[in-house]
Design a protein around this ligand. Sequence first.
Ligand code: SF4
Length: 366
Amino acid sequence: MRKLSSATDPGTLASWIDGGYEGGDRALAAHARRVMLEEVGPSVHMRGLLEFSNECRCDCFYCGIRSSNGRANRFSLSVDEIERVALDCLASGFGSMTIQSGERRDEAFLEFVEHSLVRIKAATRCADLPDGLGITLCVGEQSRETFERFFEAGAHRYLLRIETSDPGLFRRLHPARQRFDRRVRALQDLKEIGYQVGTGVMIGIPGQDSTSLVRDIEFFHAIDADMIGMGPYIAADGTAAVEMERRGLRPEGSARERLTISLRMIAATRIALPDVNIAATTALQALSPTGREAGLAFGANVMMPIVTPQTNRQAYQLYDGKPCIDEDADACSSCTARRAAFVGRPVTYNQWGDAPHAIRVPKEAV
Ligand code: SF4
């Protein structure tokens, strides 16, 4: 496994996250962009993000669609609907899609996911993409056997956020049955199976500081992550809001402060782990209308325009103020391309856009 670069010892990274980069945040962003250009290039990779079901067995205290939220309007798309969205992604030139849902482990759900993967692959093979759309799967913590089934069915990337690498903070955010060690084991299983693995954290959790965030970066490195998705910790509505209040988990600091720390964290991660893919997440935009552009300016290179059918978007609110609820897939697609162009970045079309970290032959193997 590659080492963190010597320019990024933990103390230095922590000082950058605290705002101590010499020359300020603009200089930090410029540093991150230089590293990005050298290691992953200027391109922004698009993944159509389909939220296909908001049913979830978990009860993460901060989440708007947690299982105990009886007011959530639950939905699940059919395989036909998923295939139609995949074909729309293909027509839009997205080389990849991310398919996401809450976590379920019942056999009916596992078979549904498997079947959907096979259908997406079969429907999207073409001259530009002989193996169909690249698929990133994000359906929570599963058994190793299940991960293997999904891999066989066609998913080659998997997103599973650790949310925080601090076991104590993790415990405060989740009920006792959702265990930190199991989440770590799942990430290790994914890597061993051969997935390109994505993870990430929330930024601005009460009790989290720059030392804790640097440990998050070290965690990304330790599990050999290929993709990182991070965003500010944002209050959710409904039962989650009540639970957050009760447990002292309300977000601290202004929206601007949490956005600033998130952007510094993106830059620090880019500099520490130069060749991974880093997403400019939608959550950044929940705190500022130009949050995603700022994410790109601080070294992110992936955007995920939402392609969930417009009628289901309202029901997939993991946090309050989630943007793009009222738009349709076409609007999201052209909007994200405009945002990339606004910061002078080209968009790649009809390519999977894997991270160089994932496809590079390790030096020791040469
Ligand atoms: S964060 Fe994910 S796993 Fe947790 S309750 Fe929400 S949808 Fe379910």
